[in-house]
Write a protein of this length. Structure first.
Length: 309
């Protein structure tokens, strides 16, 4: 549970308790993947994120106690902070700190596994940080399709610059669907977006802005239904949807068998001469249901000191 304290009309504060032995390394690494970021500032033990809450430019300031027992969070809005905005901010902070998926469940599951047992022992404390919103997770997945992280980060920065709304702090809020839908496709292609990537990004934004797709799960809108709606959009395939499930929803059983880095890690750890096929990777990862999200995270991390994709 979080403790909420109300400040003046445009500020709010709350505290999130952190789990025992919380490790912040991978969380900070993910949010700091762009050293020239426009919508977030990440330093040792602090994340400042600019985004729209209820269409109001807002900064969520997350400061980790040195003891790593709590995260102190401030909501700094360019307008009154409503109860709905407070609830959204709590969800955003929980997601950004990687608190939706318990990593210990996977560690217990693979304790006797000849590959993941030793791997999780070496990579203790690994957590999956999430994006601040489902839309941000989806757009990051689209932007990152079939390119390296450095280029994806550069495209993301251009997207924010084109559609991000300013906050009084000087940060630009990560674009919401309505602002993103107003971008001209030529504005994106002039910033090195491929035409297909730009079309997919704008197609998604327009569908969301017009209310034709709802990303919020509920009794009448299951996660399966959301995935089916996304897969029906030209340019969005299974990898993008699974990545969005991971970074946007904190879903614990995403199968990233189509991911090139995941397949490279499988080849390395299982001793394949070449990367396994997508079907082979899918079959191997199926052994780790219902924890395939953490399996992918550990595979990513095995390729480098930190995983920031």
């Amino acid at each position: 549970m979080s403790n909420i304290l109300q400040g003046d009309a445009s500020t709010s504060a709350f505290t999130l308790p952190l789990p025992r032995a919380y490790s912040v390394t991978d969380v900070l690494s993910f949010h700091a993947r762009d050293k020239d970021a426009l919508s977030e500032i990440v330093s040792d033990g602090q994340i400042r994120k600019a985004m729209l809450l209820a269409n109001v430019p807002t900064v969520i300031d997350i400061t980790l106690d040195p003891s790593l027992e709590n995260a102190r969070c401030m909501v700094l809005a360019d307008g009154p902070v409503t109860p709905d905005m407070q609830a959204q901010a709590n969800q955003v902070a929980t997601s950004m700190l990687g608190l939706h998926i318990d990593p210990d469940a996977f560690i217990d599951y693979v304790k006797a596994d000849p590959v993941f047992g030793p791997l999780t022992a070496r990579q203790q404390g690994l957590r999956i940080a999430q994006s601040a919103s489902i839309f941000e997770a989806l757009t990051w997945a689209i932007i990152g399709q079939q390119i390296n992280v450095a280029f994806a980060v550069s495209l993301r920065r251009s997207f924010i610059r084109l559609a991000g709304r300013p906050h009084s702090s000087g940060l630009l809020c990560y674009p919401g669907p309505a602002d993103a839908a107003r971008i001209d496709v030529e504005a994106l292609t002039s910033k090195q977006f491929s035409r297909s990537k730009a079309d997919t990004l704008l197609r998604l934004a327009e569908l969301l802005a017009n209310g034709k797709i709802d990303l919020q799960p509920g009794p009448a809108n299951s996660l399966d239904a959301i995935c089916a709606a996304l897969l029906a959009i030209k340019g969005i395939g299974p990898w993008t949807v699974n990545y969005a499930l991971l970074r946007g929803y904190g879903y614990a059983d995403c199968s990233l068998h189509g991911d090139v880095a995941v397949r490279a890690a499988i080849a390395d750890l299982w001793g394949y001469e070449t990367r396994p096929s997508i079907a082979e990777a899918e079959a191997l990862l199926a052994r780790y249901r219902p924890h395939r999200t953490m399996a992918a995270a550990h595979l990513w991390a095995s390729l480098s000191k930190t995983s920031n994709y």
